[in-house]
Design a protein around this ligand. Structure first.
Ligand SMILES: CCCCCCCCCCCCCC(=O)SCCNC(=O)CCNC(=O)[C@H](O)C(C)(C)COP(=O)(O)OP(=O)(O)OC[C@H]1O[C@@H](n2cnc3c(N)ncnc32)[C@H](O)[C@@H]1OP(=O)(O)O
Length: 421
């Protein structure tokens, strides 16, 4: 299957360190470094010594901040990204984050307007580049650090390869330092020095006919489309008793459930307050969908599963304009408290595997009902326990996870618990 391999697949040749004119100068590990300890690469500087000067831009451009509470700003960012953001290697698909999605992604608790940084053409004020930061409390192994999560780096297609990206990165670094944050986390399809983990994309077809017509999937050899449709059919109804949409009243229980679940991983965010869960997990219309299992007897919330909507524009297809993709997001189950020691011969924990398959199976039922064409997921968290059984197929994309100014041993993909948008 095709996939939106963020910008490049990891199979591409990587540059040598000397060829990384910019990354060579930054506090990140070298490609060949084997890291066994954890901590900052360079020391923090006193906040009052951080430069107050904007990073220098070529004179035809100027810095701006985007205020996502203002419709005009949100729409301008949408317009930049929808035409210029991440495409797959063959330029068949391009991410098409909706305005509401961008508002959600960029305004979590403690968001800052000065971390939503744009570049405009000085003469006509056209928005031509963007980079964002939001705060995240990230645990790597046993250390938890307040970092910035960097995303949505984009330079207009006409301004590529002019070394604007390093300027954007320097400026967002300065703006992070100003607020006393000296570490960051980011993901990219591009191979940069040096991934802390790499996760493969997987895709679960929900609308095989459309995926084939879009060139996203192919009919397997010796199969017919009819056979493919039958193969990917999902049940009409969910299977778990007590499975229902998450509501406001569930927030405190979901906070405990999801944090407990994330303890299983070596690279995971910590949801600190109810407000975090209310923002990231409680359903937001047309953006994120979340379901809980309420035990019919005890009324306790025992499980949670969520996915978000990230459509892609289908480029130059006569029949379809948009591919409606859902992405598997956070989940959690209290089954882990009942033990994960009882294992199948291949080592998969029986109870956990069974429960996650039920949960993701029910999420697929909901996604199909909502009109999604495909459910995408990464080989991270415990997704490996469900991908095969739920008929996900391996894609050709990979996503690399990176840390800035934080030495950290490599993290196995199954130990990654951070899902970035
Ligand atoms: C403490 C706080 C720290 C905060 C900062 C933490 C770091 C955050 C880092 C950012 C995390 C972003 C996370 C996301 O949003 S990942 C999504 C990135 N966006 C896209 O893929 C959208 C489509 N592409 C574009 O808009 C442009 O091609 C971009 C903007 C990506 C590069 O523009 P352009 O193509 O016109 O190139 P240039 O001439 O200006 O610059 C060339 C230099 O840029 C290095 N490059 C290329 N791609 C990336 C990339 N994805 N991350 C980091 N660096 C990248 C490249 O290796 C080279 O450096 P070096 O190899 O010579 O050394």
């Amino acid at each position: 299957m095709q996939s939106l391999a963020l910008q490049e697949s990891t199979g591409k040749e990587k540059k040598t360190m000397a060829e990384h004119r910019f990354w060579n100068t930054q506090p990140v590990p070298k490609h060949d470094e084997n890291i066994t300890d954890m901590g900052p690469i360079e020391p923090s500087i006193p906040v009052d010594q951080v430069s107050k000067e904007l990073t220098a831009l070529p004179k035809e451009f100027e810095w701006c901040e985007l205020d996502m509470t203002i419709e005009k700003d949100a729409k301008e960012l949408y317009d930049l990204l929808t035409l210029n953001y991440v495409e797959d290697d063959e330029a068949q698909f391009r991410f098409d984050y909706s305005v509401n999605f961008l508002k959600w992604a960029l305004q979590p608790p403690n968001w800052r307007k000065d971390w939503l940084v744009g570049v405009r053409v000085a003469s006509n004020k056209k928005l031509v580049a963007f980079i964002s930061a939001i705060p995240v409390q990230l645990r790597t192994f046993d250390k938890s650090t307040l970092m910035t999560e960097i995303n949505f780096l984009n330079v207009h297609k006409k301004l590529r390869s002019k070394r604007l990206a390093p300027v954007m990165i320097r400026e967002i670094t300065r703006r992070s330092h100003i607020h006393g944050i000296f570490q960051a986390v980011y993901t990219a399809g591009a191979v940069l020095p040096k991934p802390v983990s790499t996760c493969q994309y997987f895709h679960r077809s929900l609308n095989p006919k459309k995926l084939v017509e879009c060139g996203f999937s192919r009919i397997p050899q010796s199969w017919t489309l009819a056979r493919m449709i039958k193969h990917f059919k999902v049940p009409e109804k969910t299977s778990i008793p007590g499975f229902r949409e998450m509501q406001q009243k569930d927030v405190p229980e979901v906070l405990v459930l999801v944090n407990k679940y994330l303890e299983r991983f070596d690279f995971a965010p910590q949801f600190e307050t109810n407000a975090d869960v209310e923002h990231w997990i409680l359903p937001h219309k047309d953006v994120v969908w979340s379901y809980v299992v309420e035990d019919p007897t005890t009324k306790k919330i025992t499980d949670m599963v969520s996915f978000y909507s990230l459509p892609s524009s289908v480029i130059g297809n006569p029949k379809h304009k948009t591919l409606n993709a859902a992405y598997l997001f956070y989940y959690g189950t209290d089954i882990i408290s009942k033990g994960t020691e009882d294992k199948h011969e291949d080592g998969t924990p029986k109870l956990l595997s069974k429960r996650l398959n039920e949960l993701v199976g029910d999420a697929l039922v909901m996604a199909k009902r909502l009109g999604f064409d495909v459910m995408n997921g990464l080989q991270l968290m415990d997704n490996g326990l469900v991908l095969q059984q739920q008929k996900f197929g391996a894609g050709d994309g990979h996503l690399n996870y990176y840390l800035y100014n934080w030495r950290c041993p490599d993290v196995d993909d199954k130990k990654v618990g951070l899902v970035m948008l």
